[in-house]
Design a protein. Structure first.
Length: 350
């Protein structure tokens, strides 16, 4: 049967290449749509494939076979433990991938559903519980032979300390340049510097050498677009950033995305609901809660924005940077009240 790739975007792979990859699978193809093409240091591509056996998702991976097998192991492990994620489908030869022109491709069932709605508190609760289930299910995760297990090797205290020094350096540069961006930053710098300092102090009290901070598999991109509600189930997709790390860091990645939105800006009640939903499955200990507070306290977006601005001050779009900074500092009061609430909550809890 003849078919075409529609919505074609720029990619190093031609329509004929994609057809050749799909020929390895036991399906009749009726239509292919480009969904995402990303040309970067980690080029990736996603195609929606219509077949005689339902709609599939073809994904070009940007990593090697060892990491691919790690991702495959994750998906199989989670499905075995009742957590739904699309599995890699078999080729005609029984493999779970296709190696073509130097890259690996995998094919999965296309999940027809809607992404998690952060403005729907029931979605937030269900997603939080599901994340806790992932962490419980993978605390003893084992990957298959031949795979490369990815571990987070970053020292949180050292990393945040470095960021703090860079934030101080940005503040010094703001006093030197005194342009519109710098003047706005100076107006709020004291708050963000103190927040960073308090965050690092809290981190310094945490002993990471024992088992108080538990580890598991962490998705590390557990955000709304990767949390799909389909009928009465939740499906998790895109494990490209997954690694073994402290479980609470994964919850932080999830909750910070909600807290930094305009509609849900540092809303403590939403945070509390998400946390208690997570803890209904996997309760935190005091040390893990401290680590969560420290990360929520640190002004990561301000640190990164100001660092990038002064690093590229001669060539950057200053109006765009100013607009982003203005949006960030507009949440300062919300963040300040949020931190007061979370410390009260912590003190009452422990």
């Amino acid at each position: 049967m003849e078919y075409e790739i529609v919505n074609k975007q720029t990619t190093t792979y031609t329509a004929e290449d994609i057809k050749n990859v799909l020929n390895y699978y036991p399906y009749e193809i009726t239509k292919i749509e480009n969904i995402k093409i990303k040309d970067s240091d980690k080029p990736r591509a996603v195609y929606k494939v219509y077949t005689n056996n339902g709609i599939k998702c073809l994904k070009k991976m940007y990593y090697d076979k060892e990491v691919l097998l790690f991702i495959y192991s994750i998906i199989e492990w989670l499905n075995y433990h009742g957590i739904k994620c699309p599995r890699f489908l078999k080729t005609k030869n029984g493999l779970r991938y296709v190696y073509y022109k130097g890259n690996y491709f995998v094919l999965m069932d296309w999940i027809d559903g809607r992404k998690c709605d952060y403005d729907n508190i029931e979605d937030v609760k269900d997603a939080s519980k599901n994340l806790a289930k992932i962490h419980n299910a993978t605390k003893n995760f084992r990957s298959i032979s031949g795979s490369k297990v990815i571990y987070e090797d970053k020292d949180i205290y050292d990393s945040y300390s470095k960021h703090f020094l860079q934030l101080l350096d940005s503040a010094n540069k703001a006093f030197y340049y005194k342009d519109s961006f710098s003047k706005l930053f100076i107006e709020y710098a004291d708050y963000y510097i103190e927040s960073a300092k308090d965050s690092i102090y809290l981190l310094s009290q945490i002993d990471f050498s024992n088992d108080n901070v538990r580890t598991s598999l962490c998705h590390y991109d557990y955000v709304n677009k990767n949390i799909i509600f389909s009928q009465n189930d939740i499906y998790i997709i895109d494990f490209d950033k997954a690694k073994i790390d402290y479980s609470i860091n994964d919850f932080y990645v999830f909750i910070k995305r909600i807290m930094k939105r305009k509609n849900t800006s540092w809303n403590f009640e939403i945070f509390k609901t998400a946390l208690e939903s997570y803890e209904s499955i996997r309760p935190l200990n005091q040390i893990e809660f401290k680590l969560l507070i420290a990360q929520l306290m640190f002004p990561n977006k301000i640190w990164k924005l100001t660092r990038d601005y002064y690093k590229n001050i001669q060539h950057c779009n200053k109006k765009a940077f100013y607009r982003i900074l203005k949006e960030l500092v507009s949440q300062k009061n919300n963040h300040q009240q949020f931190m007061l609430n979370i410390f009260d909550y912590f003190n009452n809890k422990y």
